[in-house]
Design a protein around this ligand. Structure first.
Ligand SMILES: Nc1ncnc2c1ncn2[C@@H]1O[C@H](COP(=O)(O)OP(=O)(O)O)[C@@H](O)[C@H]1O
Ligand SMILES: [Mg+2]
Length: 301
């Protein structure tokens, strides 16, 4: 979708395009102007804004310094890099965080995306397992207090202008007092969500009218669905928070995820690559218009 959107823009603006490295690198050329897209990054963000956004702990620290409400993320470096890098007391510090948050913690790669290797831990065993798993493929991990997310909203911003605002609706089923969670989920096409649930959970009959959310994460790649928010109080509150977050790290084009916890909105993460594959399936024109506006900025001078 991303490549297609760039190709379409370039075709309409007399820009030559070369797609290399299986689509990871896109070279765009018009007269003497050369521009690149790399991954989902179209090159509008400064190097430092991109680095801060890609790093969950740096984002949380920068937002906290600017008094922008956010979910705190504590950084731990991989002990395989040596004690002078990771420190000697990382495990004690992790256990202290777990002890401070009886509702649990979330362990994830510091530079992760798409919900990969994101784990919830409520005891030492779960924490150890999550930490081993994340450190097996990442140089840094972050630990955040687990928060009960009532709603997660994504704001796509260009120059502090909200281009798209949508909520992420997690896959769920509603009980009928007759069927098990497994049966309801299978019927709704959500069988892949059942893997992480216990046998007890999937084999229980769901009472009539009760909603069961099948995945605690809001990742679109993991089955959540984007639902556009209409203009109104909620969308304005999310957009304003996202603008404050963008200003705090100086980012131009970004997708910013905000979450409602106990009625208050806070920033969860900032992505400097704007990926809209799932949204494009439902609203292709909106996605094209957003990339068009961003590419206008890329080629404006
Ligand atoms: N601290 C947390 N408390 C509760 N849920 C969380 C927390 N951190 C992440 N999540 C859930 O996990 C999902 C993925 O986490 P996120 O930080 O966005 O990482 P990624 O970059 O992999 O998308 C979020 O959409 C959210 O639903
Ligand atoms: Mg995310």
């Amino acid at each position: 979708m991303f490549i297609q959107a760039i190709r379409r823009y370039c075709a309409n603006h007399g820009i030559a395009v070369d797609v290399r490295s299986s689509g990871w690198l896109i070279a765009m050329r018009r007269d003497g102007t050369h521009r690149f897209a790399f991954g989902y990054d179209i090159g509008l963000n400064s190097a430092i804004a991109h680095r801060l956004a890609n790093d969950k702990s740096a984002t949380a620290e920068a937002l906290a310094l600017a008094d922008v409400p956010c979910v705190p993320h504590h950084l731990f470096l991989n002990p395989s890099m040596g004690v002078h890098v990771a420190g000697a007391h990382w495990r004690e510090a992790m256990l202290a965080l777990l002890a401070q948050h009886p509702q649990g913690v979330v362990v994830k790669p510091n530079e992760g995306t798409s919900g990969r290797a994101v784990f919830k831990a409520t005891n030492r065993d779960e924490l150890d397992r999550a930490v081993t798993e994340v450190f097996s493929s990442s140089l840094g991990l972050v630990i955040a207090p687990y928060v009960e997310i009532e709603d997660e909203v994504r704001v796509i911003l260009l120059d502090c202008r909200p281009m798209i605002v949508y909520r992420k609706e997690r896959p769920s089923v509603v009980g009928d007092g007759e069927h098990t969670l497994r049966e309801l989920a299978t019927r709704a096409g959500h069988d892949s969500q059942l893997r992480e649930l216990t046998a007890h959970e999937v084999n229980a009959i769901v009472p009539t009218g009760e909603q069961r959310i099948l995945n605690w994460r809001h990742n679109l790649d993991a089955g959540a669905r984007p639902v556009l928010l209409e203009d109104g109080e909620v969308s304005a509150a999310c957009a304003n928070l996202a603008i404050d977050a963008a200003n705090a790290i100086g980012i131009t084009f970004a997708s910013i995820d905000v979450v409602r916890v106990e009625g208050e909105w806070r920033v969860l993460e900032i992505n400097s690559g704007v990926m809209m594959e799932a949204l494009a399936k439902l609203h292709p024109e909106l996605v094209q218009a957003t990339y068009d506006a961003a590419l206008d900025r890329v080629f404006e001078n």
